[in-house]
Structure formats: C-alpha cells, structure tokens
Design a protein around this ligand. Sequence first.
Ligand code: UT7
Length: 322
Amino acid sequence: MDRRAGITALGAYAPPTVLTNQDLETRMDTSDEWIRTRTGIRRRHVAAEDEFTSDLAFRSVEDLLRRYGDEALAGVDMVIVATNTPDALFPATAALVQHRFGLTAGAFDLLAACPGWIYALSVAKAYVENGQCRKVLAIGAEALTKLVDWDDRSTAVLFGDGAGAAVVEEVEAPYGLAPMVLGADGGGAEHLHAGAVGACLPGGAKLTPKVVMNGREVFKFAVRVMDTATIEAIDKAGLTPDDIELFVPHQANFRIIDAARERLGLPEERVVVTVDEYGNNSTASIPLAMTHALDDGRIRDGDRLLIVAFGGGLSWAAGVMT
Ligand code: UT7
C-alpha cells in the first residue's frame, strides 16, 4: 500500500523580548497607528544579541519534546531547517540541531524565502513516502531582525524572530499531507531580496546583507498568489474551500491575510492570525501559528488545514493537510 506522510508533532518558540510599536516610535519616524492600520502588527519578538537561528530552532524542538515526550524524536533520520538567516553558510543550522539532540540523521538547510517551511514539508513528505527517510524533523527558524535595516522604516517595523518544528512521518488515512503547490519567479528578485556571498542581482545591482523590499509590489503579488496558490492546493487535495476547517496563512500583513480569507469565502473564525503578536517571522510564521492554534484547541481530530506563504524574490507555496 502507498505510504502517506503527515505531521505527528509540533512545537514552537518565540524569544521573550518584545518590541512594541511604541518602542519603534522612539527609534524611527513611524507611528503605532501607521503600523497597525497598514499591517495589523502590534508587537514582535526579538532574539537577544547573542541568540541566533540555531538557538531558536533548539528551543522549538525542546517545546515539541515537552509536548510529545522524547519518543517524538526517536528514529528521526533527517533534519531540515528552512531559514533565511542561517547562523553560518556552513555548517548547516540543521546539523547543529542534529548534534544538539544527538540524532543519527542527515541534515541540511533549505533556502526558499518565507515559503521555506512549506517547501521543507514537501521534501519531508517525499522522503517519507518514497522510503528515503522514516522521520523528518522539519523546522522553520528565523533571526530575521538581525537582517533588518533599522534605518529603513518601510521594512524595519514588519519583522520578528521565532521558530517552529514539526515531525513528519508515516500516518494512516485520512491523516496526511496532500500534494503541495510550490512556485518561484526569480524575475521578481528586485522587489524583495537580501544579499549574501555573490552580492548582486542580474544586471549588477549591488546588494547588502539587509532586507530590501518594494512593499507595494510585494503586496499586489501576495494578494494574487495567496488566491491562486490556495485554490490550486485545495484542488490538488481533491477538496473545495468549504472543506477547509482552518486556514493558517503566512503571517506578514493582516490585510493580505484577510483578502485571502475573503477570496476563499471563509468566515473569520476559520483563520489563524498571530501577526499582531509576532510580526512577520518568515519561515517560522506558519508552524508558530499552527502551534498556537493547537494550544487554543482550534485544531480538532480530522480537521483539514490549509497553509500558504509568499515571499522573497519572489516565491510561494501552499498545501492542505489532515
Ligand atoms: O514575507 C513577505 C514580506 N513582505 C510583505 O508582506 C510586504 C507586503 N507589503 C506590505 O505589507 C505593505 O506594502 C507595507 C505594509 C510594507 C506598506 O504599506 P503600503 O500601504 O503599501 O504603504 P506604502 O509603501 O505605499 O507607503 C505609504 C506611505 C509612504 O509615504 P508617502 O510616500 O505616501 O508620503 C511611506 O513613506 O507610508 C510611508 N511609510 C511609513 N510611514 C510611517 C512607509 N513605512 C512607514 C512607517 N511608518 N514604518
């Protein structure tokens, strides 16, 4: 019989230090009112100076262990960390997680901008279903505030730090991850990017290791792609929007989330919103929001969840799971 992969454990972490909109008012020319009405963000959690993506990833796995016990990691044979802010180019942040928890596992980082965690789930699903792996630890972890240009108010107010971890392994029907939608358009690199080693765009524009964004272009792209990618993912799962019990979108901007919810015809109570508390913590945002939903008793046995994300340079992903 065909193998089916699904999520069997979740955990999350956000650093305790909170930066409110009022705090930002004292640091730059912005206002609580502007940030709230344009984005829905009130606060964001920020990693300490000496706290990096690997530390956040460790904490999210510790949270998962607290919830499910040590058995949850037994047999994990692959660790994937989706991140835009790896501690180093190498070793992979995932290798630091492997070592920290004493796993006998392969490990690699996955760089696919904000949809990275959904990409990681799709890889985990394939590895489990084709027999390559027994259990995959798929983490989204981000110390994004270290990549933010604090002199650029148009981006500095948007981002936060955090991490979320999931175990993916074989499950029985009706549980499992449906085939996912994965997309990219590198032609949109100019609209949202951050530099690394080869620090220039096609055409030669010089990049710095800071987030640079054309907010309006990304907004228009986000609203469009959240619509098309979710419909495609629901279709791939053989469902209709009415079948979705809970919608857990990437937490970048409340207006984008609400537009997507409306296009799907879902009532407000079927959407998870955490952007007010965390801002946009990129690859961490969906597993963190899912863990919150679990804690709030909003995910019940057999529920079908829809996830979707969009982001840098440009990219998107969506999927349905039971
Ligand atoms: O994971 C993907 C991450 N990216 C996104 O999700 C970004 C998607 N885009 C957005 O969320 C929105 O475009 C923003 C929230 C970034 C901006 O909202 P907007 O309604 O598109 O504003 P805007 O960029 O058109 O700027 C409007 C005004 C400008 O002033 P003028 O030119 O009208 O005088 C900006 O200079 O707001 C000004 N502005 C600010 N004012 C106060 C820009 N940033 C700020 C700020 N505080 N932090």
